[in-house]
Write a protein that binds this ligand. Structure first.
Ligand code: SF4
Length: 75
């Protein structure tokens, strides 16, 4: 899976590092380090971290864009 953090939005609340410590880690007080390609086994934790981020700075699997499988359309 792919993870991108918009570091211009990130305000260092560390919710993600608390919920998915294998993917997100605080470096010092405010700098966030993260693994851009965490193992799929981390998916649940990463999704929880993304949902918990107060500024929605964590994007999951967005890079695949056009190649991503289409989601069920609401028909
Ligand atoms: S939860 Fe969001 S704002 Fe907080 S450190 Fe993680 S990415 Fe940054």
């Amino acid at each position: 899976m792919k993870v991108v953090v918009d570091l211009s939005r990130c305000v260092g609340y560390a919710q993600c590092a608390f919920l998915a410590p294998e993917t997100f880690r605080m470096h010092g007080e405010e700098a966030l380090m993260y693994a851009p390609n965490p193992d799929d086994a981390q998916r649940d934790q990463v999704l929880r971290a993304a949902a918990a981020c107060p500024v929605q700075a964590i994007l999951v699997d967005r890079l695949e864009g056009r190649d991503a499988p289409a989601e069920a359309s609401p028909t």
